[in-house]
Design a protein around this ligand. Structure first.
Ligand SMILES: NC(=O)c1ccc[n+]([C@@H]2O[C@H](COP(=O)([O-])OP(=O)(O)OC[C@H]3O[C@@H](n4cnc5c(N)ncnc54)[C@H](OP(=O)(O)O)[C@@H]3O)[C@@H](O)[C@H]2O)c1
Length: 185
């Protein structure tokens, strides 16, 4: 790894039928899974799709919101970026760990550059309108760790099996130089 290259990770959760989103939010209500997400990304610079960003109540500093809308106004501490690559460059420049937090379209554009993918596999099918991208072939990645927990899902008031996996991509693509780094936000 080059000396100025920080690890890029992605993080997300997916149902057994591939769903990851419903009506702009998550298809499930599993507070402990959300707490795992928050703990894992604490202190990191985030790369976020515009729709996911808009669904979040709290967005930490050094969040880079990917959008093709040049005039998008984002919250203080956040910046609009025109591409996932620009977002990753700007996030890396903070010197913090970098996490891509979705949604689906951002995972699809970012996975090539990711060293790790923290994925919670929720062992139940859920209704959804946003699906984990098929282009992210995690079966080709190495499983670095796996922890299985039974957690309460509050929409159904039942326990569900959650597999917390950390996948490692052995040879992620190097991030290309971007010609156009905007300084909005
Ligand atoms: N289960 C999970 O772990 C998880 C994680 C995150 C999100 N989610 C869910 O996923 C859903 C949202 O996902 P989504 O895929 O519909 O939306 P998204 O990725 O959050 O946002 C899509 C928007 O991001 C911008 N964008 C995406 N790719 C881009 C690119 N390559 N270049 C420039 N701009 C780009 C575009 O914004 P403009 O339209 O402004 O150009 C696009 O409309 C929500 O339901 C959310 O709750 C689930």
């Amino acid at each position: 790894m080059a000396k100025d290259e920080t690890l890029i990770s992605a993080i997300g959760a997916v149902a057994s039928n591939g769903m990851l989103g419903l009506a702009g939010w998550l298809p499930w209500d599993i507070p402990e899974e959300l707490a795992y997400f928050e703990k894992t990304v604490a202190g990191a610079a985030l790369v976020i799709g515009r729709l996911t960003y808009e669904s979040m109540d709290v967005v930490p500093e050094d969040s880079f919101v990917v959008s093709r809308q040049a005039d998008l106004v984002v919250r203080p501490g956040c910046s609009r970026v025109a591409s996932v690559e620009e977002g990753l460059h700007r996030a890396l420049a903070t010197g913090k760990p970098v996490f891509v937090i979705g949604g689906a379209s951002v995972y699809a554009a970012a996975w090539r550059y990711c060293h790790r993918f923290y994925l919670t596999r929720i062992e139940r099918a859920f209704d959804g309108d946003s699906r984990f991208p098929e282009s992210v072939q995690l079966s080709d990645w190495k499983v670095e760790s796996e922890t299985v927990r039974q957690l309460r899902e509050y929409k159904s008031n039942t326990d569900v099996t959650c597999r917390f996996l950390i996948y490692q991509q052995i040879n992620p693509l190097s991030l290309p130089e971007t010609d156009c780094i905007s300084v909005t936000g």
